[in-house]
Design a protein around this ligand. Structure first.
Ligand code: SF4
Length: 61
């Protein structure tokens, strides 16, 4: 499973808090998915996607 943060992140930090195993802030201060989503992190990654206030996170198989 892969996650991607599209343009438009407002740096709220929700995804980084929900799933730090996948999301972090990059040098520009916006969130990025820095690794593939391991099976044990899928639930947290989906939660991060669903809770993003601007819906810029995509998750695909
Ligand atoms: S939850 Fe959405 S807006 Fe908030 S930091 Fe993550 S990608 Fe950015």
């Amino acid at each position: 499973m892969k996650a991607r943060v599209n343009d438009g992140c407002i740096s709220c930090g929700a995804c980084v808090a929900a799933c730090p195993e996948v999301f972090r802030f990059n040098d520009d201060g916006v969130a990025e998915a820095y690794t593939d989503v391991a099976s044990e992190d899928e639930e947290a990654a989906v939660e991060a996607r669903d809770n993003c206030p601007v819906a810029v996170i995509d998750i695909e198989e």
